[in-house]
Structures are given as structure tokens and as C-alpha cells.
Design a protein around this ligand. Sequence first.
Ligand code: FES
Length: 112
Amino acid sequence: MCEHDASTAQGSGGAGAAGKVGGAGEAGMLEGVAPAPGVRAVVRRCVCSGTTFEEVNQMLRRGLALGDVTAKTGAGAGCGACGPYLRLVQRSGRTAFAVLPPEVLRRLDQGP
Ligand code: FES
């Protein structure tokens, strides 16, 4: 598995609305999606391609499909570890996420 761009949530401060880690508190990201217990790192980009979730979000907001973003940037086309996070960017418009536990990532990988 690739290493993700991680920083402590406490040290990341300054994230704008689009870069917000949580919704209803940091753990609240999306309903039914809770971060891995005890992990305070933040995932903000596809490490394999170097594409930030902010860049992905901007392309999606301009009307590109997620598959088009992958074709254009390579985000999600490497190891695939960022795939569930890319789908969260698409669903939520957020661009920074707490590290999610494996069972949640598997559920997100299976689609809506
Ligand atoms: S982190 Fe490997 S494909 Fe995105």
C-alpha cells in the first residue's frame, strides 16, 4: 500500500471549508463513515499521482466524471488506495479526510 500524505489533524489547522476534515466534528465526516480509532492523520491527495483532492474536486465541479479525472491525472490509477477517498471527494466535495478503517474503505469501494 502507498504512503499517504498525512499530517496530524491537530497540526493541519487552517483548512478552508473545502479542505475541512470533519463535518459534525472531525469524526463526523459523512454519516456512517467514521475514522479509524486513534488515528489522527489526514489524507489529502493521491500519493501515486501527486494529485491533491482539491484538484480532483475542482475538476469534478467543472463537470468531469471521476473516470475522466483519473484518466487526466492518474489519481486512483496506481495502487488504488485512494479510490475510496476519491469517491468521498465526489460525494461530499470535501478534500481532506481522516484515515478510515479498512472495513469502511472496503464498503466505500463497493459503491453507494
Ligand atoms: S494513492 Fe495510489 S493510486 Fe492514489
